[in-house]
Design a protein around this ligand. Structure first.
Ligand SMILES: [Ca+2]
Length: 258
């Protein structure tokens, strides 16, 4: 009796252990599932340049060149055009994305010009638009641009010589948005955040002369990225140009998460 009782207790213990093991496995499965979900939901960097000491993965065109740690799209000289784009089509147009970059337009002529633009386009890594008031962007179809304009071109309906514009398909004569940030677009480095919601089909642009993202966007605009780009994916990059007026156009860092 005594023996069988001990045997019974051992059997119960064994069942208890089995149940414990099953419960532990179930808990582990839950944790692993949660991790997998979190990984699927968490955006990852599809483009990342904390600086431009290395420009690996970028195609530099025209007068664009690496200058120390910065990507100099155009030097402070007249009649230059420079662009730089990711070699890969890194941005999926059907998905939301968050882009962040820091730029500086500096060392300009008395009236500086012409400006620069952050561009998503599906044409080619070597895409280069027109110079002068074209900001190296004019003529690049299937694209969107956030433009930092420092020279008023009346023929292109520029509202001023100091604004952030939203343009599509290389049409610099049609501003979908044009706002002047308090800090101005020219001078010491400025930080820009571009948030696109694929669900809401909305693009928001935030602007600051500091490094902290403001609560309120400079502007937001309804836009279907997939329709404008006419493709599943796009290259990301920058364009710039000078004309009779000039300035250096530098990008200090760029990160795009998706
Ligand atoms: Ca202009």
């Amino acid at each position: 009796m005594h023996h069988s009782s001990i045997g019974g207790e051992m059997a119960n213990l064994a069942i208890g252990r089995t149940r414990l093991a099953a419960a532990a496995l179930a808990a582990l499965a839950l944790v692993l599932g949660a991790i997998a979900l979190a990984q699927a939901a968490k955006p990852k960097a599809v483009v990342s340049y904390p600086n431009f000491k290395k420009t690996t993965g970028l195609k530099l065109n025209g007068d664009a060149a690496r200058e120390g740690k910065v990507l100099r799209l155009t030097p402070a000289e007249g009649d230059k055009i420079g662009t730089a784009f990711t070699k890969r089509k890194a941005v999926q147009t059907a998905k939301s994305f968050k882009a962040q970059f820091r730029y500086s337009l500096h060392d300009g002529s008395l009236a500086p010009g012409d400006g620069m633009a952050f561009v998503l386009q599906s044409r080619s890594a070597g895409a280069t638009g027109n110079g002068g008031g074209g900001v190296g962007y004019s003529g690049i179809t299937r694209s969107i641009a956030i433009e930092f304009d420092t020279f008023q071109n009346p023929e292109a309906n520029d509202p001023s010589n100091n604004y952030v514009g939203l343009l599509v398909n290389g049409n610099t004569g049609k501003h979908l948005e044009a706002e002047t940030p308090d800090a101005g677009v020219y001078g010491a480095p400025r930080s820009v955040w571009v948030d696109y919601s694929a669900k809401r089909k909305k693009l928001k642009v935030f602007f600051s002369d500091g490094s902290k993202k403001p609560k309120k966007p400079l502007f937001s605009h309804k836009l279907n990225l997939e329709n404008v780009i006419e493709g599943k994916s796009a290259r990301a990059g920058f364009t710039s140009s000078t004309g009779g007026s000039f300035q250096a156009a530098d990008v200090l860092k760029l990160k795009i998460e998706q």
